[in-house]
Design a protein around this ligand. Sequence first.
Ligand SMILES: *[C@@H]1O[C@H](CO)[C@@H](O)[C@H](O)[C@H]1NC(C)=O
Ligand SMILES: *[C@@H]1O[C@H](CO)[C@@H](O)[C@H](O)[C@H]1NC(C)=O
Length: 408
Amino acid sequence: MVVLALTLLVGAVAVFSLGSLLWVICRQFWTEHIPEGITHPLKLRILSCLLHLSMTWGMIFEKLGLCYAPQFASFIHDLKPLKKDPDVVVKDLRFGTIPVKLYKPKKPSSILRTGIIFFHGGGSILGSLRTHDSICLRLSKDCDSVVVSVGYRKSPMYKYPVMKDDCVVATTHFLESLDVYGVDPDRVVVCGDSVGGTAATVTSQMLVHRTDLPRIQAQILIYPLLQLIDFASPSYQQNSNIPLLSWDLAFYCFCCHLDVNSSWESVIKNGMHLPPEVWEKYRKWLGAENIPERFKKRGYQSVPRGPVNNDAYQETKNALNYTCSPLIAEDSIVSRLPETCIVSCEYDLLRDNSLLYKKRLEDLGVPVTWHHMEDGFHGVLNTFDYGLLSFPCAFRIMDLIIQFIRKF
Ligand SMILES: *[C@@H]1O[C@H](CO)[C@@H](O)[C@H](O)[C@H]1NC(C)=O
Ligand SMILES: *[C@@H]1O[C@H](CO)[C@@H](O)[C@H](O)[C@H]1NC(C)=O
């Protein structure tokens, strides 16, 4: 009897797993597009399937009232075992209530070290101290630096501005105690990928006026998200169905983080959530005329904005705060930002965020080092320790940021 029940249970789980796998694969082939410029398309399909499978199972658990979908997906992603490096000591600490991982080279150093404050990506709903552990290990070892990786609270449990606040609090705490960690106050940098890049630059912006703290010397932004206002620029049109960040996933993250009703999707996508005077105000920084022509070749059409929807405007107003969209911070803030390294990817929904921020920073006299990955897609850096599933582009990005940080 027990054997029969167990067999039935195992059978049901197997059918369920196989069914969801098939569903994810079919949907992916139907909707996703992998351009010729991306090397190893099969690898990307596999990664995308794994991501969507974890989210699909998460959605089922969410429907059952057990947890939020991204919580389940994160749980699965965190099962990947952590790598060890005999040359780096890793400690789990808390800065106040915020969990952090601290990485420090084992070998004693006669001089103070570079400090790197690292913010992981994941659309504010995924990613963790564990998913970005290998990146931090490598940064600590190859830059002979002390890395502190910040475990901020995520959406949908916590909405804007909780994540931003956690990042600023953790950074302030670290900057106030650099001597404890053997870090040189003249050599602290912030670094992040995707929404981690948002966190890195928002933190820099919020601290530019703090003369009581050591100054951040550089910011490294890897395919960052820098504004949540306009979704009609070339990269949003060209790359909306390219993994690992499709428009659907990005919009889902947007709704989770800003607590916006997903029924506004087409209104927001078409810019109808912005009154004309608001768009006119930011157009000088966000308009497609700021993007070099060569990025508009691959099927881009400028779309006229429809009539404004005031309810959607009210609900998305937080996006107009510079702590949410650092690309629109005042000149008096942006002009005081430290030297910046930006990595953008051609096949990334968010590509134009990088191009626009680069222009703003340069126009205001901030030195920018820019690397554009012609074969890159959003999230590629994470694959650098995925073994057979890694992409050459991930190693190139890693080497470029290490090279940049070593200058300090
Ligand atoms: C979202 O909007 C739809 C349509 O306007 C409405 O039916 C639904 O109740 C809203 N959901 C929430 C959670 O407010
Ligand atoms: C921007 O957001 C911060 C909280 O993150 C808030 O204190 C501030 O008042 C907001 N600014 C505006 C203009 O709404």
